[in-house]
Design a protein around this ligand. Structure first.
Ligand code: DGY
Length: 320
């Protein structure tokens, strides 16, 4: 079977595919054009997809009638029309668990950076504006004992709640499709309505699976209900927040600050006005960017491919 890998991945994934005698198609260019991606997809039985740019929808599947399976190098699967893939009996594999620690670390890092205005302070040193000790300038807020609101308490949500509980004795509230009994038992997490989450949290961290129905869940109306000390963290997908409304909430001081590892679109333009605000920290989607997580993702994506090629069920499949 032919496996098309659209971008480079850690060697461990390639080795697994080779050991299983799969034919690998790769591209010379680091950022292939849409045409190159489509042309190579047409040759493939299986695609190992890296990155969120390629959309796997009806039009794509119509263009690639030979395609039998997709193994995503990501836990998120929002770029795939799952209903369409399922209708065509195309299994979609993803890479859960292996990146939960790394991604929640970035959420944890961002909330500390924003609470202590790290961006502002780094800039102050770099620009030569560090003059003298000032007892009142741009003070931070402590995270100890605050209320963390987790939007989407699955694997990554659990990790961030656990870290915040252990490090800062935070009180955990969450909103999710269903109750997370482990979090309720081990972390004393309390299930709340979305409205309660928005009104009662000191920090909101998003860890849900994104679908287009959830676009702009965090918008003007929700930002207006938040506490003024609210720290907004998004390491999931940029579509969850309305960027213009977030900018207004931050600029007007309606909320304290925001830490974003995801934007909409990606990459964010370096002229984006959010980058001018002292209370914002933006990272270039590095949630899973550790050696450990990326090796785990490569291994799992390759194992999904191998299992499918042998006629077996993918170990981590989102639509079967
Ligand atoms: C994921 O795994 O979904 C991360 O966002 C990387 O794409």
């Amino acid at each position: 079977m032919k496996v098309f890998i659209n971008k480079r991945i850690p060697q461990i994934g390639i080795d697994i595919l080779k050991e299983n005698n799969l034919e690998i198609i790769t591209l010379e260019t680091e950022n292939p054009s849409r045409e190159e991606w489509l042309e190579n997809s047409k040759q493939a039985d299986i695609i190992l997809n890296v990155g969120g740019k390629n959309k796997y929808n009806k039009e794509f599947f119509d263009n690639c009638p030979n395609l039998k399976a997709i193994a995503l190098f990501s836990v998120g699967f929002d770029q795939v029309d799952i209903a369409e893939a399922t209708k065509r009996k195309i299994p979609i594999g993803n890479t859960p668990d292996v990146l939960s620690r790394a991604t929640s670390d970035v959420a944890f890092l961002l909330m500390q950076m924003v609470s202590r205005k790290v961006n502002y302070n780094i800039e102050k040193v770099k620009s030569g504006n560090w003059k003298d000790f000032d007892a009142l300038e741009e003070l931070g807020q402590e995270l100890y004992g605050k209320t963390l609101g987790v939007f989407g308490l699955g694997r990554i949500g659990f990790e961030i709640a656990e870290k915040c509980k252990a490090a800062f004795r935070m009180n955990i509230i969450y909103h999710n499709r269903s109750h997370n009994e482990q979090a309720e038992k081990e972390l004393e997490a309390k299930y709340v309505t979305f409205d309660e989450l928005v009104k009662e949290s000191d920090i909101i961290s998003i860890h849900a699976n994104y679908t287009s129905e959830q676009a702009d869940t965090f918008n003007k109306e929700t930002f207006e209900k938040m506490k003024p000390n609210l720290i907004f963290i998004n390491t999931a997908r940029g579509g969850f927040h309305n960027e213009k409304d977030l900018f207004e909430a931050l600029e007007s001081g309606k909320i304290w600050g925001a830490g974003l590892d995801v934007t909409n679109p990606e990459p964010m333009s370096n002229e984006n006005p959010l980058l001018q605000l002292p209370n914002v920290c933006v990272l270039p989607h590095i949630g899973s960017a550790t050696i450990e997580a990326r090796n785990g993702m490569a291994r799992l994506a390759a194992e999904n491919v191998v299992a499918f090629s042998k006629g077996e069920k993918m170990p981590t499949c989102v639509n079967s």
